[in-house]
Unconditional design. Sequence first.
Length: 68
Amino acid sequence: MQQHVFIVPAYGRSAHLRDCLASLRQQTCPSPMIISTSTPHEGLEQLAAEFDARLVMHSPNAGIGHDW
């Protein structure tokens, strides 16, 4: 039974996104991951695929608060 989902707000090119996703993947209770962004960039789709995370892109870019 699924207990929870990790939602990762990603604004721009976060230097820590890969490490965050890797840490979430290593949790003892595997859970789905969703990356939410209004500022997609080249390579973000591949990063999501690498960690089997769903990527949700929305617009317009209304700042990081909207991503949260």
